[in-house]
Ligand binder design. Structure first.
Ligand SMILES: C[S@@+](CC[C@H](N)C(=O)[O-])C[C@H]1O[C@@H](n2cnc3c(N)ncnc32)[C@H](O)[C@@H]1O
Length: 370
């Protein structure tokens, strides 16, 4: 009951600079990091810039009493329905308070020519794993709808804004967050790959193509493929790319499961998996990592970025916010319980490194032995 009334008043917890927690103040060295990252390839500055909490992972994750209590609450159907609606309201109102025109952006996609992209993108023979057919992010059909696809870019912007609440705008937050991530990748590849050239990049879980576009901009001579399991998301990605400035190397889109892509052995120099694993059960995470090892070339770089279990901000998230988050992301506990370093080691990767690239997210990089 207390939770319900807290939910009804949730908007008041949202400040014009994002979701208010007592601990989200970004380090004052933030601007130094961005300028350093943009002009040289040294990312070591970033490591010391974002604060880790005292725990291995937040108390609201995994198998702690608090985590189990939240899970039990969420599994109570009537409450889940309220939480789902509350979460949706929070997503939209937080975005719009932060000058992200969620409803306008959604309408623009839904009223566009996006639908005609579906046929050329959809792989009719793809069999979806069970987990992908669950309700997700407050959508009953998960990622397999036009609405989820139309709202994905606004949701991404909102996530970025939440990660860097002290940035002056969503654009600045994006520069910081995506810039630090890209620089961590570049730095790792330069340091550990004998052939520093990145010719072929696969972006697993590319959603509506935002991460693929960042990769293509950062590595303009590379061939970039965005792969996702939602044909609706890929249709939006292709539609957006077609309406942007043409590239010398156009991004290609593949509708497939990242666990079993069917792509040739040793055919990529870089695989990037951004903000995907917290949405996957542990077995899918392990399968994607193994698959990445298979299709990367010797010396190739693996890069994933996602929620950091060690993030101080996430460890100190308010009960209302973590309950809402868990209610729309059914595999968060499995993600937090997965030892990513060990998973990478077991798959055969070496040079495993992790760095907080913003107050909430870790970027983990690794190499396929030469
Ligand atoms: C939060 S989005 C990723 C956002 C994007 N990479 C970015 O950085 O903006 C997560 C994506 O992972 C995709 N996904 C989840 N499991 C997958 C799998 N096994 N294979 C391919 N895509 C998957 C979902 O369809 C969704 O589009």
């Amino acid at each position: 009951m207390a939770l319900c009334s807290q939910l009804q008043n949730l908007s008041s917890l949202i400040s014009p600079h994002g979701i208010t927690t007592t601990t989200t103040k970004a380090p004052t060295r933030r601007h130094v990091v961005v300028h350093a990252a943009a002009s040289d390839t040294t990312t070591s500055l970033q490591a010391s810039s974002y604060e880790e909490g005292k725990l291995v992972r937040p108390k609201w994750t995994g198998e702690t009493p608090l985590s189990r209590m939240v899970r039990a609450l969420i599994s109570f159907k009537p409450l889940y329905s309220i939480l789902k609606l509350g979460a949706r309201q929070v997503f939209i109102s937080t975005a719009e308070k932060n000058n992200i025109p969620w409803r306008e952006m959604t309408k623009e996609i839904l009223e566009s020519q996006v639908y005609k992209e579906l046929d050329s993108i959809q792989n009719q023979s793809l069999v979806y794993p069970d987990y992908y057919l669950n309700p997700f992010h407050a959508y009953d059909e998960g990622n397999l709808t036009w609405l989820a696809a139309a709202e994905a870019e606004a949701a991404t912007k909102s996530m970025v804004r939440r990660a860097i609440p002290t940035a002056s705008s969503v654009e600045e937050a994006t520069q910081i967050m995506r810039g630090n991530w890209l620089n961590a990748i570049e730095q790792h590849h330069l340091q550990h790959s004998q052939t520093s050239m990145i010719g072929d990049i696969l972006d697993i879980g590319c959603s509506v193509g935002v991460s693929s576009r960042f990769l293509a901009d950062k590595f303009p001579t590379a061939n970039v493929i965005g792969l996702d399991m939602s044909p609706y998301f890929l249709a939006v990605a292709q539609h957006k790319e077609k309406s942007g400035t043409p590239r010398k190397n156009p991004i290609k889109w593949i509708h497939a499961n990242g666990e079993d892509t069917g792509l040739p052995f040793k055919s990529f120099d870089l695989v990037s998996i951004s903000y995907v694993f917290h949405e996957c059960p542990a077995r899918a995470i392990v399968n994607v990592v193994k698959e990445a090892f298979r299709f990367l070339r010797p010396g190739g770089t693996f890069a994933m970025t996602d929620n950091s279990p060690k993030s101080k901000v996430l460890q100190e998230l308010s009960p209302v916010l973590f309950t809402l988050m868990k209610s729309t992301e059914p595999f968060l506990d499995e993600y937090y319980l997965t030892d990513m370093d060990e998973t990478l080691r077991e798959a055969g990767f070496v040079n495993i490194k992790s760095i907080l690239t913003d107050p909430r997210h870790v970027t983990l990089t690794a190499t396929v032995p030469q």
